[in-house]
Design a protein around this ligand. Structure first.
Ligand code: NAP
Length: 357
């Protein structure tokens, strides 16, 4: 019998995520049955979408809400197989799966977890670090790539605005769009993030959404208008995109993080979608699993060539996961927000005290 430490919800946030909303439980795991493996988790993901599930009912069509008082299930994670019943997943294999925010998990090999994107997969970690599969070579890369795909942004050569641009998805969208030959306008919440976007990621223009009304900053950065908008924020950002969009512009609606901890706002100017013949397309990365290999080949090639930067904010120890989520939602992290549970193959170490890298 293996024991796992696992985060569970104590009460739902009202409205802001705080560590006291969660409790760390000890769970006894059964021996893996045929078709199952035991995984020791090493890295787990911290995503804004978790906040959409920290409520009695998640938005219709989305991943299910986390019930109170049971380990949270359906969080993208990297681990190492410790016991196996399947020759395709020998002991020592690095894998991804959906049972994160815990130290160990018994995983069904055949389960189509999280719409299939988090089905147990063996990962090649010979040339990239395991956690790269939580960022550019995993669901974040797929979301960035799928969003550009659904609005025909992969052909390049246009002006694109990317919001939440210094985050996990946005920083990839900026870089991929630039590599494809787009003119990239980026927005983020601090001057340091704006400087990183301009100086390191090489975007053409960037602004802080806190410095002035978003629509004014966007007009100044894109005086001729935008052809594409990659929306991670919603609210005033989506309104600004509708205002500054050129006729027939396309908007990829990836998320609306500005709404996740409060009442949804806007857009109040949706008629502009009609008057300008705009296309607004909501999408989920998990609906585009068919693009995963194509995305990994392209982004993997750019990573290997040193053309793609994969920035991480790492919190050490499973105990830090709730703090990591709160910090990410508050804009205190840059790039992909991750929790490191263990250092890879070797004996289990208990989670360390929090520290932000
Ligand atoms: N459709 C999908 O399949 C899919 C998959 C993954 C993520 N998403 C969505 O994509 C978006 C980004 O996700 P991510 O994982 O890359 O997270 P992230 O950008 O790494 O972190 C979220 C960021 O949102 C920004 N933010 C928070 N409140 C804001 C506000 N009121 N106005 C403007 N910005 C605000 C903060 O950055 P600043 O400091 O810049 O404000 C924060 O760092 C989210 O909406 C998420 O739900 C969708």
């Amino acid at each position: 019998m293996v024991q796992s430490l696992a985060w569970q919800v104590r009460h739902y946030p009202d409205p802001h995520v705080r560590p006291e909303c969660f409790e760390l439980a000890t769970v006894e795991l059964p021996e893996p049955r045929p078709g199952q493996v035991l995984v020791r988790n090493t890295w787990t993901s911290v995503d804004p979408g978790l906040r959409l599930r920290l409520r009695p009912d998640a938005p219709s069509g989305y991943f299910a809400a986390f019930p109170v008082g049971v380990p949270m299930d359906g969080v993208f994670t990297i681990g190492v197989v410790e016991q196996t019943t399947d020759p395709a997943f020998p002991v020592g294999t690095t894998v991804w799966h959906a049972q994160g925010w815990r130290t160990h998990a018994v995983v069904d090999v055949a389960e189509e977890a999280m719409n299939g994107i988090a089905r147990l997969r063996a990962l090649d970690v010979s040339v990239v670090s395991p956690q790269t599969y939580l960022g550019p070579l995993g669901p974040m890369g797929l979301t960035a790539y799928a969003g550009l795909h659904v609005v025909d942004g992969l052909r390049g050569g246009e002006t694109i605005w990317v919001s939440a641009a210094a985050g996990a998805v946005g920083s990839l969208v900026c870089q991929v769009a630039r590599l494809l030959g787009h003119r990239v306008v980026a927005s983020a919440g601090t001057d340091q993030k704006v400087a990183w976007l301009l100086d390191d990621l090489g975007v053409d223009a960037a602004f802080s959404w806190r410095a002035a009304p978003v629509v004014e900053s966007l007009r100044a950065a894109a005086p001729d208008g935008i052809d594409l908008y990659f929306d991670g924020v919603g609210g005033d950002h989506l309104e600004a995109a509708l205002e500054v969009a050129k006729p027939f512009a396309r908007l990829a609606l990836c998320g609306s993080v500005s709404d996740y901890e409060g009442e949804p706002t806007g857009p109040r100017n949706l008629f502009l979608a009609t008057s300008k013949n705009l296309t607004l397309r909501g999408f989920r990365g998990s609906a585009h699993v068919a693009l995963l290999e194509e995305m990994q080949a392209r982004l993997g090639g750019w990573l290997a060539a040193g053309l793609l930067e994969s920035r991480e904010t790492v919190f050490d120890g499973l105990e830090s996961a709730p703090t990591a989520l709160a910090d990410m939602l508050a804009g205190r992290t840059t790039g992909k927000t991750l929790v490191r549970i263990g250092a890879g193959p070797g004996p289990l170490s208990m989670p360390e005290l929090n520290s932000v890298g």
